[in-house]
Design a protein around this ligand. Structure first.
Ligand code: UD1
Length: 336
């Protein structure tokens, strides 16, 4: 029988790509999203990509009533939980909002899942739980810490899930720690689309390429890295989406919980990304080297071995794929 998955935050950047991947893998999917950081037309676009109506509930993961309604109206086999706030800088200004949405939202979801007899969940975590890692590439058993309210909510959520799983063995929980998601769907219909000035590197470069922003600020070129700029493990959002399908598959097949990194194991610098994007958009992109951004580290790279062992996951796409698909999405969106 076809299994039905509840996708919270399914209209967002990673959520929308995961919707497509789950459908392609044969799952039925229901989206819950409050559209606080997503456009409504994402749903129309998902319908074009999948060729079928998209079941959507507009509401908040903090609202037990809407969760109850979904669990009553659908036979849900498991949840993939994306709905959360994710801007590190903003989290330092409004920590309570982050704790409420990210931590209370998770608790509300877990309680309603338990009431409905649904015990399978894949959780969106982040490599941010490693803080400033001693070992790079970083394995999953590295010490965890936090340096922002955002990171605190991800670490607290992981710990809540661990407590829940330890207390009741009906739970099967997949914790996925993302490194740096980048790129867009090959159709150019969905991708990352932050309002205002982006915090993250790729969406910022994309806006420079579109002419919306004048130049990239390269945050420091004096790090102990090959070209002096920060090195990150960028992972194509399509690879990331596939990781979620493998995670839910593994929970269903084994009933065992897992915590894995989703990265490539390969690091790229800010200048690597800039050059790759220049190739993708066919123009030189302006930049200025500025002082380091507070809280940044030289290297953030996944050890991808456990994801391979436990999920059979290996990233397939490289930096040029990420930049080319991002440019395809951004340039089409502007012109559509
Ligand atoms: C950031 C967050 C991290 C979060 C992740 C989500 C911070 C300090 N860290 O990670 O907690 O999980 O996003 O995707 O905010 N860079 C520039 N110019 C820019 C933007 C970035 O040079 O305008 C550089 C940064 O210094 C870094 C690299 O590009 O070396 C990647 O930065 P970014 O995309 O913001 O990701 P992280 O800092 O790795």
């Amino acid at each position: 029988m076809t299994q039905k998955i509840l996708l919270t935050g399914g209209a967002g950047y990673i959520g929308s790509h995961t919707y497509v991947a789950l459908k392609a893998a044969g799952y039925d999917v229901v989206i819950l999203d409050n559209f606080s950081n997503a456009h409504h037309d994402v749903i129309d676009r998902l319908e074009v990509i999948t060729g079928a109506p998209v079941p959507v509930y507009e509401g908040d993961v903090l609202d037990p009533a809407i969760l109850r309604k979904i669990f009553t109206e659908h036979e849900i086999a498991g949840a993939v939980h994306f709905a959360a706030k994710k801007a590190v800088g903003e989290s330092t200004e409004i920590p309570l909002d982050y704790i409420e949405t990210n931590v209370s939202g998770l608790v509300t979801l877990l309680k309603e899942m338990r009431a409905a007899g649904v015990f399978r969940i894949v959780f969106s975590s982040s490599a941010t739980v490693y803080g400033e890692a001693d070992v790079v590439p970083t394995p999953e058993d590295s010490p965890r810490s936090y340096s922002s309210p955002y990171a605190f909510t991800k670490l607290a959520s992981e710990q809540i899930l661990e407590q829940v799983a330890a207390a009741d063995d009906r739970w099967a929980i997949g914790i996925l720690r993302y490194f740096n998601p980048a790129g867009a769907h090959p159709t150019g219909l969905i991708g990352e689309d932050p309002d205002g000035i982006p915090n993250n590197l790729m969406p910022y470069i994309a806006k420079v390429a579109m002419g919306d922003l004048e130049r990239l600020s390269v945050f420091g070129d004096d790090y102990p890295t090959p070209d002096g700029t920060g090195v990150r493990d960028y992972i194509h959002v399509e690879d990331l989406a596939r990781g979620h399908v493998l995670s839910i598959d593994a929970l269903t097949q084994t009933g065992d919980s897992h915590t894995v990194n989703l990265g490539t194991g390969q690091g790229y610098s800010v200048f690597d990304m800039l050059k790759s994007y220049e190739r993708a958009c066919g123009q030189d992109l302006a930049f200025t080297v500025t002082p380091r951004r507070a809280g940044d580290v030289p290297y953030y790279i996944a050890n991808p071995d456990k994801a391979k062992d436990v999920l059979g996951f290996a990233a397939e796409m490289g930096l040029d794929d990420m930049c080319a698909s991002s440019w395809n999405w951004i340039s089409r969106r502007k012109n559509s």
